[in-house]
Design a protein around this ligand. Structure first.
Ligand SMILES: [Fe+2]
Length: 327
């Protein structure tokens, strides 16, 4: 077959016939070859990054931090923070990892929602929590406990906050609440309560998920109990309106999830998004909000439609609460 070369090789350039693409000038052919090569390399790199991100999403970690929030001289209080489990029935490895967390012997478990990602996941979730349900606990729900995941643009999470405005919930959220409450955990959905843990009194309040506008702070507003050893606020999504309200009422510690730590982060830079109006610098870990401490968990799961994480491994967190005089 004759290869088209209407302009001929440019001065000094040696181009073999095999390098020329049919119907294309030689210079353009070179660019096309380089583009194809680049795309090939990018494809290989992309496949590598994808494989790594799929694996990272299953590399569960325990993060341990010390939180100086109690009265000076207080004995430490161990709080296990679970969030965004996004359980489906076949996640046996994750379930086993969660179940073993009871070996940490926490004094209190706080779970900040998005337990489910499947209509049949309540029983597997209860199996995964197992003996942790016998530890004093408190929980709120997240949007994914109300609405089943559905397929969409996997990059949408990075472009704009996810949207769960889908009408009536289609996941068994009431069954979920019943299962968690039956084990003794306290439902903090727009509620406040007191928990006695290891001889300490915790005044705790929480809201239903602000991400889908189910939060109603008014019924629980007001100063925290001054006699309590800890004033604790709990929310799934750390929207500023909730953090402001809890902080202004005197919360010493606010715990949240939802962000997945950004889910896809840039090494050396950090998260790009928080999926709410919190700034990316506070996407996970311990920070301040007004006079309160804020702890955001990066969570243990992902939406099953986007089962990837990059530079942001799934986590549970053990918070050791200590006196404010502790270095
Ligand atoms: Fe989540």
């Amino acid at each position: 077959m004759a290869l088209s070369n209407p302009t001929g090789p440019r001065s000094g350039a040696h181009v073999s016939e095999r390098a020329t693409i049919v119907g294309m000038p030689v210079a353009d052919s070179l660019y096309a070859k380089r583009a194809i090569k680049t795309l090939g390399v990018a494809g290989v790199l992309g496949a590598g990054v994808l494989a790594y991100s799929l694996a990272e999403a299953r590399s569960y970690r325990l993060r341990s931090i010390v939180v100086p929030v109690l009265e000076p001289g207080s004995e430490p209080l161990l709080v296990l923070h679970l969030s965004d489990l996004h359980m489906t029935p076949r996640q046996t490895a994750k379930a086993g990892w969660i179940r073993a967390l009871v070996d940490l012997e926490p004094d209190l478990v706080v779970a900040t929602g998005d337990f489910l990602s499947h209509p049949d996941a309540v029983y597997p979730l209860v199996e995964a929590l197992g003996p942790l349900l016998d530890v004093p606990g408190a929980f709120v729900l997240g949007s994914n406990d109300y609405y089943a995941p559905k397929f969409g643009n996997p990059l949408a999470y990075l472009l704009h906050p996810t949207n769960h405005d889908r009408g009536e919930p289609n996941l068994p959220w009431a069954e979920l609440k019943g299962a968690l409450s039956a084990g003794g955990w306290i439902d903090l959905s727009n509620r406040r309560d007191h928990i006695k843990v290891d001889g300490r009194l915790i005044d705790v309040r929480g809201v239903d998920d602000p991400h889908i506008k189910r939060d109603h702070y008014e019924p629980i507003a007001g100063p925290f109990d001054p006699l309590a050893d800890l004033a604790l606020g709990v929310t799934h999504a750390p929207y500023l309106r909730v953090l402001d309200a809890m902080a202004d009422d005197g919360a010493q510690l606010i715990m949240a999830g939802h962000t997945h730590g950004g889910q896809v982060a840039i090494p050396g830079y950090g998260a790009l998004v928080t999926n709410c109006d919190l700034d990316p610098a506070r996407v996970k870990g311990l920070s301040h909000h007004r006079n309160s401490l804020l702890h955001v968990s990066a969570g243990l799961g992902t939406n099953p439609m986007t089962p990837v994480r990059f530079a942001c491994p799934p986590e549970a967190t053990l918070l050791t609460l200590v006196g404010r005089d502790t270095e």
